[in-house]
Design a protein around this ligand. Structure first.
Ligand code: ZN
Length: 108
């Protein structure tokens, strides 16, 4: 187990975990239940953290997140949630509104 990085917020953290799992890298989201305690402990310690299960995945995982951070490829298209109709950017694979996964077979 090794801490890979800290995410700015839960939505981003979930997105990164999703990206890593999709790439076959075992990882966990830590600190996610501490958000409610904001104000009692330093905000920095409440930030969600991405931990990888296998230290050897670090380089690969870092590279994947670099790409996730820098946004979608220029030809990536956004999509619309099948469930609630929320428009989403291409780099997201799960709707932040209702949690529905993108259906690659049913893209617009
Ligand atoms: Zn949705």
């Amino acid at each position: 187990m090794k801490k890979l990085t800290r995410a700015p917020n839960l939505i981003t953290a979930h997105h990164w975990v999703n990206v890593l799992v999709t790439a076959g890298i075992g990882c966990e989201l830590h600190n996610r239940y501490l958000s409610g305690a904001m104000g009692e402990i330093p905000a920095e310690q409440c930030a969600p953290e991405i931990w990888i299960l296998d230290d050897r995945d670090e380089v690969l995982a870092t590279g994947i997140l670099e790409r996730a951070r820098s946004g979608p490829a220029t030809n990536a298209r956004g999509w619309r949630c099948q469930q609630c109709g929320e428009p989403l950017e291409a780099q997201f694979t799960v709707c932040w509104q209702c949690g529905t996964e993108r259906d690659p077979l049913n893209d617009e």
